[in-house]
Design a protein around this ligand. Structure first.
Ligand code: FDA
Length: 392
């Protein structure tokens, strides 16, 4: 039976980083994944350009039952640290918006960089390898990989969350947690489009494909980014962001075109040229199809001069104070992340080690720390991986 110092389960963002870091400290590391290729989510992320970090990333950008937990790891491995690594490999990058850093070329460069870092740490990587069992012995861990059993002093679980099962995502980390009595906060899909009830979907059908700036509010949280009407419901960055704060049954308030004073503009237009329709006025500030939709919904197709001021206010409110009750979300099938996961109260915030079981670590998305959209989730993967990689 081969003995390692560290076995890392999952060769995704967190697993690759952790294995490289531990290997470069002279630890004998085995990195195992059931997928055919390592870092598959890195490869497809950011539309193939990988939004690998966010320069503004801080604890305020993460959702967790303990909002202080991520502070230590994030402070010890910052976006600048990851950027230094990217620059060391001469990978060109650019800031797209809101501090989001993307590869100029391909996300595959990030995967190659991490594999090179693993090679520098002499990490033994086994792909297409399933883990059939994990046991704790007096001397460490016994992990069965198909026909072979391997031993290690430390075991790092980096198998991610349940999002996108088609890409090999499993709830394996939660199973391991269950086996060792580590508490888990109920996982659920995050950064995911909303679905609508059939009647509302039918009503909004003509708008499919339209994107508008919007401010979405739910459970005292607000995001201002684009909203996209789709054939299945609502999507776009603002919707994905607010979805992580939404629970079934909650209402979401949408303020489309939040920077445009629609009420004032409609009243002004009525004063200056009462013969035009409200749809004509609105179409100067939003796609014509959207303007027509809201005016028809409000039954306001005649000239502005014939509209009472109250009706104009109501029309503006239907656009800028729109109350939506989503039927649900698209679930793990399309969710970018999984909220919830390994309860942080069971982990050391410095090393990610299970307090009740020294030698066992959980890192990355399987932990109950979930970032906003915009490079925050990879930054958590890197930071939690470094915390464990430096400790194992
Ligand atoms: P990750 O999912 O990366 O890795 C887990 C690994 O474990 C996988 O390789 C998997 O095969 C393996 N595994 C699972 N179960 C196993 C088992 N039973 N046995 C063996 N191996 C197993 N974030 C961001 O910051 N910027 C971005 O641009 C994007 N873009 C993006 C796009 C899309 C489409 C998705 C789905 C997600 C993103 N994300 C993102 C989120 C980001 O991809 C995610 O948060 C990290 O990949 C999490 O890293 P982990 O290493 O924890 O899990």
């Amino acid at each position: 039976m081969k003995q390692f110092d560290v076995i890392v389960l999952g060769a995704g963002a967190a697993g690759l980083m952790c294995a490289a870091r531990a290997g470069q400290r002279g630890r004998r590391v085995l990195l195992v994944d059931h997928a055919r290729a390592p870092g598959e989510k890195i490869r497809i992320s950011g539309g193939g350009r990988c939004n690998f970090t966010n320069i503004h990333a801080g604890p305020q950008n993460y959702i967790s039952s303990n909002r202080h937990f991520a502070k230590s790891a994030l402070a010890r491995y910052t976006p600048r640290d990851f950027l230094d690594l990217v620059e060391q490999y001469r990978i060109d990058w650019h800031e797209k918006t809101l501090g989001q850093l993307f590869c100029e070329g391909s996300s595959k460069q990030i995967v190659s960089m991490l594999l090179d870092q693993c090679a520098a740490g002499k990490v033994d990587i086994r792909l297409q390898t399933s883990v059939s069992s994990v046991r704790k012995s007096d001397h460490g861990f016994r992990v069965s990989l198909g026909g072979e059993t391997v031993l290690s002093d430390a075991l790092v679980v980096a198998t991610g969350g349940k999002s996108i099962p088609k890409m090999g995502a499993t709830g394996f980390a939660y199973e391991i947690a269950g086996q060792f009595s580590v508490p888990v906060i109920e996982p659920r899909a995050g950064l995911v489009p909303f679905t609508l009830d059939p009647a509302m979907l039918e009503t909004l059908k003509p708008l499919a494909g339209i994107g508008v700036p919007a401010e979405l509010i739910c459970n005292k949280t607000t995001f201002r980014e684009a909203l996209l009407f789709t054939h299945r419901g609502l999507s776009g960055p603002s919707v994905l962001q607010i979805s992580s704060y939404w629970k079934p049954g909650d209402e979401v308030v949408a303020r489309l075109l939040p920077e445009v004073p629609l009420r004032d503009l409609l009243h002004q237009a009525k004063r200056e040229n009462g013969r035009q329709t409200s749809s004509t006025v609105l179409a100067q500030h939003m796609p014509r199809r959207l303007a027509q939709f809201f005016t028809e919904q409000a039954g306001m197709i005649s000239a502005l001069a014939d509209m009472p001021d109250k009706a104009l206010n109501k029309l503006a409110d239907s656009i800028q104070n729109w109350h939506i009750r989503p039927a649900g979300t698209e679930g793990y099938r399309t969710a970018e992340v999984t909220l919830g996961g390994i309860d942080t109260s069971a982990l050391s915030s410095k090393s990610m080690e299970v307090k009740s079981l020294p030698g066992l670590y959980f890192i990355g998305e399987c932990v109950d720390v979930t970032g906003w959209l915009g490079g925050y989730n990879f930054q958590w993967a890197w930071a939690s991986a470094v915390a464990a990689g430096d400790a194992v």
